[in-house]
Design a protein around this ligand. Structure first.
Ligand SMILES: [Zn+2]
Length: 296
């Protein structure tokens, strides 16, 4: 009798081992092993910044060590779908914050598509409006998602875990000068720091220089696509970046980035990355050091 029980138990265990349930478990394990490198690294506490290649325009995704997501700008109108695809590829299921730096189309054009496609918790923008349909589309998308725009201005911090994210601009009001209104965000993770400047030009750089301590960072997103109306020498002296990222379109009609700015950065011994020549630029910080990667 005992022998029979043992035989039955053996048969049962073989059956269980071959059952569909165990094969599901195996395939789940396999999925884990092939989990995107990104998500594995996220678990180990890194801050990742993706300067997306959206041609002539800006769109930057920040992924915090706690897995929160902030999108700064969404590229031009026709880039919205690309930005959404990119966010989905990266496993972004919701955005903790969207920052519309200022109402120009090459920054907010794609944001309505993003807001329609991905749940968003907060939208920040400077208190300036525009008359274009692109801007109206953005406002409508925010309204349809049931959100109210929070005013981005100097001193306001984003409620995020594990990193500090604070607006250092706009410092003042700038009438119809949309670029000057650009919301500028400073992000600190451990000993590493980043500045996202939108299209801020010398006029608002001068105002930001009233609080120079806030400006020193490791990575500068160069203002206004490398235009020579931004990145004044005084501003660069205060920021003292080790790295700079320029978001611009290949052979764009404005001639961005300007050689004067590239040379100014070179003279300051700054390592420059460019989306027009290198595609999407990724910066990864472990809180101590920052590593860069480029994907065409
Ligand atoms: Zn721009």
């Amino acid at each position: 009798m005992k022998k029979l029980y043992i035989t039955l138990a053996l048969i049962l265990s073989v059956l269980v081992a071959c059952s569909p349930i165990s094969s599901i478990t195996t395939s789940e394990k396999e999925t884990d092993q092939t989990m995107p490198k990104l998500q594995q690294e996220q678990a180990s506490g890194t801050l990742r910044v993706y300067y997306l290649d959206v041609g002539q325009g800006d769109s930057t995704l920040i992924q915090t060590p706690k897995g929160q997501h902030i999108l700064i700008d969404g590229g031009d109108n026709h880039k919205g779908d690309e930005v959404v695809d990119y966010l989905k590829q990266l496993g972004v299921k919701s955005l903790d914050a969207i920052i519309a730096t200022h109402p120009d189309a090459d920054h907010i054009g794609g944001l309505d598509t993003v807001i329609d496609a991905i749940p968003v918790k907060s939208v920040y923008a400077p208190r300036v409006s525009h008359t274009t349909n692109t801007y109206k589309d953005f406002l409508l998308a925010v309204k349809n998602s049931g959100l109210k725009i929070k005013t981005a201005k100097v001193g306001l911090t984003l409620p995020l875990d594990g990193i500090t994210a604070e607006f250092v601009a706009p410092v003042a009001e700038y009438g119809k000068d949309l670029n000057a209104w650009s919301a500028v965000l400073r992000v600190q993770y451990g000993n590493t720091s980043f500045l996202f400047t939108g299209d801020a030009e010398a006029r608002s750089e001068k105002d930001m220089l009233k609080s120079p301590k806030l400006l020193k960072v490791d990575v500068l997103k160069v203002g206004h696509h490398g235009s020579d109306t931004s990145t004044s020498q005084d501003f660069l002296n205060a920021v003292r970046p080790t790295y700079a990222v320029i978001s611009a379109g290949k052979d764009n009609k404005y001639g961005h980035p300007k050689s004067a700015i590239i040379n100014r950065l070179k003279r300051a011994k700054v390592t420059v990355y460019r989306t027009d020549t290198q595609g999407t630029i990724t910066a990864v910080s472990d809180g101590k050091t920052i590593k860069f990667d480029t994907v065409r």
